[in-house]
Design a protein around this ligand. Structure first.
Ligand code: ATP
Length: 514
């Protein structure tokens, strides 16, 4: 099936089974805003807990906070967002569609990369076992030609972005004959800068209302609380502050479902270190964060690092962890070495001293910062995309199954009486009565057992427990495993440990520290 079709199916699956709904749907929706349904909120909470525990349980020197969305407007001046949180936008005059100029060019580079990979794939097939991929990449004339073109474009693009040269960005689009995907024409406007922050007013106008912003990142709430946490928590450098919360960006091109939203949620951790040690910690956090992703078992080959060509105004090193979505490798998390830019600027703008006295060095300094910043919604999408699977079963039957990592699945166990009589429903309820303190359970007695299994497969429930007449005699039930569809007869008393072993976050967390 084409990847586009898989993606469409995933989006409708999310709606049909209560994971994600378009916001304000009865009023025809609100672009790039989504609501999480009864299943979605469970999965989202589990992702957040996995992240939170990986930060504050596994690290003695990381603590959490929950800062307000509204903050003093000068914070956004100090952080650079008022002046520099812009995207370069360009309109196609024929389709009237608006695009990000940088995204159009990056898509063009990605297409060139694809051409190279296709040449390599073709050759690998042709030469079989004797294929020397490295040699082929270094010597094949077609590959070299594509690569030279690609590198030339890449260098021009990186320079234009670093120089914030909007005319050059437009010129690249024209020179490389990039067309609008809708109209197919090259009838482009100029490139303009567009600030992504939402603003609103606080206080009544009679009082003199103050223009405030909806935060475009949670990080600043951490920076302005640096001293509060450091002093009250008696934290010693190196230490980190973690936060999960909503962020808002007026994205120009909102597309790809929950990948790019105007209201979304971030999980950010700022790690404060000694000046000069930041690049060592940057490498350390790259490794730790990748382990966190891989521990979920979605497939190690689905991740890659993408180092930034254009560094944000505050960074001296930056990389993205990209995940292979149905629409290609895309950023899920950013890891940035933010230098002492933020703390230094808050000191300047607030007039308050924001320094750390290092007892070992016997001196004060403005700490440097490594940030790990991941979008909950993008993480949610990557998990769903990797988990969604259509299977043909023996006998021609088929099923849609969400192969979610058991520890983050919304429902852990469904308990079902085989029939709706003879005391089986009561027995099933009794089992749930015991399991519900540890696991999110669902009771289901409607339709055939096969149909009930399918419903649970579709929401990714790792275990189904069926109560039958034998249960009343010997206290045993069948437990059915989602992925293998195997069934085992076990004693009711064993359920707690069989399920508990598979669904505990502990098993994931252990993999990170291994
Ligand atoms: P992009 O280049 O895709 O716009 P970004 O580099 O601006 O992303 P960051 O500022 O590094 O993103 O934000 C950190 C994380 O927050 C991202 O890795 C992503 O997971 C998430 N994120 C950012 N913008 C959005 C959005 N509009 N919708 C959903 N998640 C987002």
């Amino acid at each position: 099936m084409a990847q586009e079709d898989v993606f469409k199916k995933l989006v409708s699956h999310c709606k049909e089974y209560g994971f994600v709904f378009p916001s304000s749907e009865i009023y025809d929706g609100l672009a790039a805003v989504y609501d999480y349904g009864q299943m979605g909120v469970e999965l989202k909470n589990n992702i957040k807990k996995y992240w939170w525990d990986s930060m504050v349980l596994l690290h003695e020197n990381i603590v959490g906070i929950d800062s307000a969305i509204f903050m003093h407007p000068t914070i956004w001046k100090a952080s650079g967002h008022v002046d520099a949180f812009n995207d370069p936008l360009i309109d196609n005059k024929d389709s009237k569609k608006r695009y990000r100029a940088d995204v159009l060019i990056e898509d063009c580079i990605a297409k060139m990369d694809e051409k190279i990979e296709k040449e390599v794939e073709k050759a690998a097939k042709r030469f079989g076992d004797s294929f020397d991929e490295k040699l082929f990449r270094e010597t094949n004339p077609r590959v070299l030609e594509h690569k030279a073109k690609r590198d030339e474009l890449h260098a021009r693009y990186a320079k234009a972005m670093n120089d914030v040269d909007l005319n050059e960005l437009r010129q690249i689009i024209l020179d490389y004959e990039i067309v609008c995907p809708i109209s197919g024409t090259k009838n482009w406007t100029e490139v303009r800068q567009f600030n992504l922050m939402f603003s609103t007013e606080m206080g009544s106008t009679a009082d003199g209302a103050m223009k405030v912003y909806l935060r475009p990142e949670t990080a600043q709430g951490i920076f302005v609380n640096f001293l509060n946490v450091q002093k009250t928590g008696r934290m010693r450098i190196p230490f980190g502050i973690a936060q999960i919360g909503k962020a808002f960006r007026n994205e120009i091109v909102a597309r790809q479902f929950i990948f790019r939203m105007r209201e979304f949620e971030q999980m950010e951790m700022q790690f404060f270190v000694r000046p000069g040690e930041e690049l060592k910690w940057f490498e350390k956090w790259k490794e730790t964060r990748l382990k966190w992703h891989k521990a979920l078992g979605l497939g190690d080959h689905k991740y890659r690092f993408h180092d930034h060509d254009k560094l944000a105004h505050y960074a001296n090193a930056a990389t993205d962890i990209e995940f292979e979505m149905p629409f290609g490798f895309k950023e899920v998390e950013g890891i940035h070495s933010r230098t002492n830019f933020d703390l230094g600027n808050h000191e300047k703008f607030s007039g308050k001293k924001i320094q750390y006295f290092d007892p070992e060095l016997g001196e004060s300094y403005t700490p440097y910062v490594i940030e790990t910043s991941i979008g909950v919604d993008r993480m949610f999408l990557s998990v769903m995309a990797a988990a969604y699977c259509e299977e043909t079963l023996e006998g021609g039957d088929s099923r849609v199954v969400l192969r979610l990592p058991a520890a983050i699945a919304p429902v852990k166990v469904a308990v079902m009486p085989l029939v709706r009589k003879d005391g089986l429903p009561e027995k099933a309820r009794e089992i749930i009565g015991n399991l519900r303190f540890d696991f999110k359970c669902q009771y289901d007695e409607k339709d055939s057992i096969g149909k009930r299994y399918r419903r649970q497969d579709a929401i990714g429930t790792p275990f189904c427990v069926t109560v039958d007449h034998q249960t009343l005699e010997d206290n045993t039930v069948t437990i059915r495993f989602r992925d293998s569809m195997e069934q085992q007869r076990v004693n009711i008393d064993q359920l707690q440990s069989i399920i508990g072993e598979q669904v505990s976050l502990k098993s994931l967390l252990k993999k990170i520290v291994e």
